[in-house]
Design a protein around this ligand. Structure first.
Ligand code: ZN
Length: 156
């Protein structure tokens, strides 16, 4: 019994370590021109079905290029800080997720949102989406944007 418990705890600790963010312990500097290159890399990695291309900067941050609407999503434990770098679009935030299903640990994805508040976003804007709040990128035809998305473990 005790031995089984020990293994269970060891397994849990290992699993948690794998899931735990592994952000660097050393400083990283990105110049404005390096960030522009990262914007281009995100654009070049566009997945046409998801209308999304991403370039990872840190475990907790990436640059997103989006040229179409996304799925409704909920991250139960992480907030999104969205710093819009170029272009424009909109984010629907809050309300109720439609057909929400678990897609990863602490993540729910769905087709759409009922209700919610639509925030138009454009270059220079910043939007904070709290943890456990549904949100969905809503794009008009022809719209696209790049944004730095920073995942935050909220202080409660
Ligand atoms: Zn999100």
């Amino acid at each position: 019994m005790k031995q089984a418990m020990k293994y269970a705890l060891l397994f849990a600790a290992t699993f948690a370590a794998v899931l735990e963010a592994a952000d660097p312990t050393q400083p990283i500097f990105w110049s404005a021109s390096q960030l522009k290159d990262a914007d281009k890399s995100a654009n070049a990695k566009l997945n046409p079905e998801r209308h999304l291309g991403t370039e990872r900067m840190l475990d907790s941050a990436f640059i997103a290029f989006r040229n179409g609407s996304g799925e409704a999503e909920i991250h139960e434990k992480l907030a999104d800080l969205i710093l819009v770098r170029s272009g424009q679009g909109a984010v629907l935030v809050g309300g109720k997720i439609v057909d929400g299903k678990p897609s990863a640990p602490d993540e729910i994805r769905g087709k759409a949102i009922e209700g919610g508040t639509k925030y138009p976003i454009a270059a220079g804007d910043v939007l904070y989406v709290p943890a456990n709040v549904v949100h969905q990128f809503m794009m008009e035809p022809g719209q696209s944007f790049t944004a730095m998305v920073v995942k935050i473990k909220p202080k409660l």
